[in-house]
Ligand binder design. Structure first.
Ligand SMILES: Cc1cc2nc3c(=O)[nH]c(=O)nc-3n(C[C@H](O)[C@H](O)[C@H](O)COP(=O)(O)OP(=O)(O)OC[C@H]3O[C@@H](n4cnc5c(N)ncnc54)[C@H](O)[C@@H]3O)c2cc1C
Length: 252
């Protein structure tokens, strides 16, 4: 906890512990702090952060907490988009960051869903990483299908950890790769719950991998991908109104 000049404790000031690259344009920043509000957070919630700049604190920007709710450090997994997100890799250990939250209701009650279908586009996988880390910590037995859309497999991060999770959990991950022509070589018999599909997510892909209308559906990704996924779900017979969504759209 940081104490200001006025002697007031500022619980919303956290410190950067480290920044870890996840792939060519995604980094995870780990933060430590003492705001007890975050110790009762749920998987899938987000925080709004400000970082220091030459003119004082930046504008707030929202990011999902990709760590499990049981983890003491906050982990935010951030894709470079514009000026703010491109400054993240340069944050040095010990830098102060203002953190507001936890915020949001995405994935609330997911622990009680026996059959879960998660659909993610790119960095939209972050709430699902939090849920899966939470499930792993609690040895949950929920049946989970994760359809993860990326351009190429190299865009998909945390792959080693996800591979381990397919062993520990009742989890199947279907990588849907829109810019790969041949995905046949990716299959590894040592990790049979990791599967690969060419192209964008389709109703056919969902069906072939066992997504049924009875499951609880969760969707997070860039807006065009979400629109397209909702159409495919509708073709599968899923009422779009029943799909829980998180949109990475922020108002400045
Ligand atoms: C609830 C929530 C959770 C999020 N979680 C994550 C996360 O876990 N990881 C992550 O990487 N990102 C996440 N985001 C998105 C993240 O907040 C933005 O990518 C980030 O704030 C962009 O800041 P910037 O200054 O780097 O980019 P900017 O310069 O502000 O914008 C980058 C690009 O996005 C476009 N853009 C600008 N404003 C909008 C808008 N309102 N809607 C859509 N596009 C816009 C711009 O045209 C530009 O091309 C989340 C957003 C929300 C709302």
């Amino acid at each position: 906890m940081t104490t200001t000049e006025a002697g007031k404790e500022e619980k919303n000031i956290w410190k950067v512990v480290r920044v870890v690259p996840e792939n060519h344009d995604v980094n995870s920043v780990f933060l430590e702090g003492a705001d007890e509000k975050f110790s009762v957070r749920r998987a899938g919630q987000f925080a709004s952060i400000r970082i220091p700049g030459p003119d004082g604190w930046s504008e707030p920007h929202p990011f999902t907490i990709s760590a499990a709710p049981e983890d003491s450090l906050l982990r935010l997994t951030i894709k470079k988009e514009g000026a703010f997100t491109s400054a993240i890799p340069d944050l040095k250990p010990g830098t102060s960051v203002k953190v507001m939250g936890p915020l949001g209701v995405f994935c609330k009650g997911i622990d009680e869903k026996p059959e879960i279908v998660m659909i993610a586009g790119g960095v939209g996988v972050t709430p699902f990483l939090s849920v899966l880390r939470h499930f792993r910590n609690g040895k949950a037995r929920n049946r989970v299908l994760l359809f993860w859309g990326n351009k190429t497999l190299s865009d998909a991060f945390c792959r080693d950890e996800i591979r381990e999770m397919t062993r520990d959990l009742d989890l199947t991950v279907i990588h849907c790769l829109s810019r790969e022509d041949d995905v046949g070589g990716y299959f590894d018999g040592q990790a049979p719950q990791l599967l690969y599909e060419k192209g964008r997510l389709s109703a056919d892909t969902l069906k072939r991998h066992g997504a049924t209308r009875e499951a609880a559906f969760y969707l997070c990704g860039p807006p065009p991908m979400m629109e397209s996924a909702l159409k495919e779900l509708e073709a599968l017979g899923v009422d779009p109104a029943t799909v829980e969504e998180e949109r990475f759209i922020w108002k400045k």
